[in-house]
Design a protein. Sequence first.
Length: 553
Amino acid sequence: MRYRKLVLLLISCLTAAAAIAQEPKFQMSTPIAINQSGVFKVLCLRNGNTMLLHLEPSKPILVKIYDSLHKLKASREHGCGELNVNTFKTSIFKGLFEVNGQAVLFFQQLHLTRQELVRVIIDGTTGRLVEEKMIGQSKALSKPTQFYVMPNKAADNYAILYSTDAPQFKECDVHITYFDSRHERIKDVELDVPRNDYDFMSVVSADNLPNGACITLGFAKLEINGTTSNIGRDPKNSTYLHYLGIYYIPKDSLKPRSQIVDLTTDIYPYYSLYTYNPFAQSINLLLLSYRDAFYRNGLEFLPTSFSAQLLLKMDENTWDLHHAWINNKIATNYLRQRTDTSRVYQGIPIKAFTNSNGLSTVVSEAFNRYQSVETNARAVVRETYFGDICVTQYNDDGDEIWGTILPKTQYYKSYRKYYTPTEMGKRWQDQDLFSDLPPQVYSRQFASLNTYAYNNNHYIIYNDLKQNFGNNVVRPGDTVFTLDAANAVYYKIDKKREVTKHNLLGETPAIMEYKTSFIEGADFDEQRGVYATLIQFKRRDYTSLRMAWTTLD
């Protein structure tokens, strides 16, 4: 009898262990009663909860909380007061992250001809609205203020860059305010900007690394004033000298380090990505620039540009600067050898990573826009293409050591605007929420890609057609014209630089079934290796929105 009980107990334990081992890494919620319109944001919290936010113009903010077992825990609506949801069509989304177990959102809105920065705090357990407060305001309509929110995950705090620029009066005020985990101001740091030496200034980027805050300012000085009125045909127009101001504030210091870099006339700073190199104790700045150019179209000269990536390496102690051009040469050679073409890869950097050994990885995406011929039946159609993915790795000196091209082609159509590289590459910092028509606002959230580094692997997540699953640069597959018929997939690049492609949400999709991930409505739990995303689940004529979680291994 005792032997029989032991056998039954052993079988029970083995059965439980098998059930745990066979537990799928992908989990999907039941359908969510939510409008298939507007903008969605997702945040993974350190306590294991997942927060889903739904934003629509002139409607309350909907908040849903899922617990660590991915069960719906709370659902609330917030009409807000300081944050005016009626101005969402002109508001700019400035960031969403966690501080002290709470979700913190930032919006830039227009109020009585002044730009305001509004902070909204939501409890990460109950979804309750904790606070909404205006924490920044421009002085006047003629003196606009730029706001850059800089989270610091390592210290559970954040900083905000305030930049006020009035060109006609040669005024410029740039300073950083630091906040602790209780959202209280702890210090202010002024940046010494040589405003009288230049004609124009812009904020290129602002990031808060574990070791300090990094700010990049673009300066321009008029060298030659163009006299022609036929700007589209004559390439000899106004010429500006371009400079780059680099500022670094160590985490325990109130004194910024700075230096000015001459970029020459034909290099214009667009935006930059910062990483910290612990191996060399240096700061890497990858600057996306473009060179102005003209191409001939019949008898016309039309303006165009070519992207250029400049890597600047600054020693954290001596502040010595070295630079190198990242031209994706290895990836371009990879493309040429396999496709027998002379085409050079042109793309925009989406994300940069630097590991503990000083090896940096840059993930870029081909980007171009094309305006088709307008007709009465097809007027003002603006078309944007998101193309192949380029992965380039370079060493501590900026020398390229490995690169590859991964096929991807997505088509996006709008009747109101083009989407610029900085909008798609830096969605977290400076995104016009509702600047397009409602159907395009909704579909835009499926485009482009997300990329993460985890356990010495790199993951690139996007939506693709089922028939493109086995594609490569030789057979790139079909262009994704409608993301309603696409499924979420990802490329995995391991430490041996082997590239594999996987379905993100379960095994091979069934016939007439599509699970499309919201690229803008997703987040990655770096502690657990879990990717959380809102998905559009479609089975034949039935469509619903659901939350989904999958483990990246």
